[in-house]
Design a binder for this molecule. Structure first.
Ligand code: PMP
Length: 439
């Protein structure tokens, strides 16, 4: 065992942190599909870190690129100057950007995280509307159960109650003139889980007036709410409604980006092209914090070409296009390409589906969902103590060498895209055994 860390100095003010302190789990190293904890136990990664490490862990190409970049150009600002690494990375991203040859979102804005990407996309949407003479469009419509990070922008448009409940007045005061939050009722929890849920967007437009609404933001497949899949035709309907009313459509692809569904982006998987796409996580394989927003020519040109008002958009981070993050990103894209990882989820999807659904009928299981290399196993909540049963399963799995993620009573799975079929079987059998032991 390494030196005992002092657990109070590193401050993580989340509910989950209480559980962690009660039973610290400390990961010390990682390689391929496995973590090793501080006691030397191997832990199979069923979650790609936190939906990040699509190419698995300890990738030398990435660490070497990072080291090279650090010793060549450790930092350079991207205000009034630039550096070739950022342009190179943006050009490489443009080649695989969401969309088809005629509508590719090949203009890239770099950020430092998913939350920053969301803030950036919201600000771009409002600034674009203003630049094209639609200055009254300041509202953003989010979605029930949507998760868009923890910045004020993201929690304003997000729909997870936990994320917002402490701040209602602050959000309203702070955001009234920039983000006026309305949420529609898209939710898997409803039996009428259907395409008609997209009609709620039309209802909100009628209620508030199209002339007040800049954009609608959704995760094409929501992750943090417990892997909620969009009904067939739902995203198409959102797109059509947004188009009809001059509203921009933003897809938050922080978790679905970079091959999670078997295509580079969920945009490609569903064949519905939004106006802006937010990303992070898999962009650098989680190795260096970074995010990116993809925009189409319509938005980019509207905002940047000859629009006087666009000058009012003051936006950009110290670390936008950080050279070391860009170097990590370029190396990551190289691995994705060399190993065919952006489409690997498609090859594994059948095996993944079959393996997951073999848990049907296991104790406590009420629903199993899957898409690409994403899975969700929903459990019956324990009477009076929601979330505790799934948490017990998580602890049991960890002790037996498997990392899963639980969100409420839902087990969410997203292994690195390098996963082998035998490792998929290991993931499922460990969970199956844990479910049998769970009270
Ligand atoms: N959007 C979505 C869809 C996410 O899943 C997340 C993170 N899980 C974020 C935004 C926020 O990203 P970050 O934690 O990097 O700020």
């Amino acid at each position: 065992m390494m030196n005992e860390p002092v657990l109070d100095n590193f401050w993580m003010p989340f509910t989950a942190n209480r559980q962690f302190k009660a039973a610290p789990r400390l990961l010390a190293s990682a390689e391929g599909m496995y973590y090793t904890d501080v006691d030397g136990n191997r832990v199979l990664d069923g979650t790609a870190g936190l939906w990040c490490c699509n190419a698995g862990h300890g990738r030398r190409k990435i660490s070497e690129a990072v080291e090279r970049q650090l010793s060549t150009l450790d930092f350079a600002p991207t205000f009034q100057m630039g550096h070739p690494v950022a342009f190179d990375f943006a050009a490489k991203l443009a080649e695989i950007a969401p969309g088809g040859p005629d509508n590719r979102l090949d203009r890239v804005f770099f950020t430092g995280s998913g939350s920053e990407s969301v803030d950036t996309a919201l600000k771009i949407a409002i600034a674009y509307q203003r630049a094209i003479g639609q200055g009254t469009r300041t509202r953003i419509i989010g979605r029930e159960k949507g998760y868009h990070g923890v910045g004020f922008g993201g929690i304003s448009v997000g729909g997870l109650v936990n994320n917002r409940r402490m701040f209602p007045q602050i959000l309203a005061d702070h955001m009234r003139h920039t983000l006026d939050v309305e949420r529609n009722a898209y939710s898997k929890g409803l039996p009428a889980h259907g395409v008609e849920l997209a009609d709620d967007l039309e209802r909100l437009v009628q209620l508030h007036g199209a002339e007040t609404i800049a954009a609608v933001i959704v995760e094409p497949m929501s992750g943090s709410a417990g892997v909620i899949l969009p009904p067939k035709g739902y995203l198409e309907k959102l797109r059509a409604t947004a188009d009809k009313h001059g509203i921009l459509l933003i897809f938050d692809e922080v978790i679905t980006g970079f091959g999670r569904l078997g295509t580079p982006f969920a945009t490609d998987y569903f064949g519905v092209v939004p106006d802006l796409v937010t990303t992070a996580k898999g962009l650098t394989n989680g190795a260096i914090p970074m995010g990116a927003v993809f925009a189409g020519r319509k938005v980019y040109d509207g905002l940047m070409v000859g629009a006087e008002n666009a000058i009012e958009l003051f936006h950009g981070y110290t670390y936008s296009g950080h050279p070391v993050a860009c170097a990590a990103g370029i190396a990551t894209l190289g691995i994705y390409e060399d190993e065919g990882l952006l489409t690997r989820a498609t090859e594994l999807a059948d095996h993944w589906q079959e393996a997951l659904h073999s848990l049907k009928g296991s104790p406590h299981v009420v629903d199993i969902r899957n898409l690409g290399l994403v899975g969700a196993i929903e459990l019956v909540p324990r009477d009076g103590a929601p979330g505790t049963r799934a948490y017990d399963v998580f602890v049991d799995c960890f002790k037996r060498g498997l990392l899963i993620r639980v969100t409420g009573d839902i087990i969410a799975l997203s292994p690195p895209l390098i996963v082998e079929k035998s490792q998929i079987d290991d993931i499922v059998s460990t969970i199956g055994e844990a479910l049998k032991r769970a009270a």
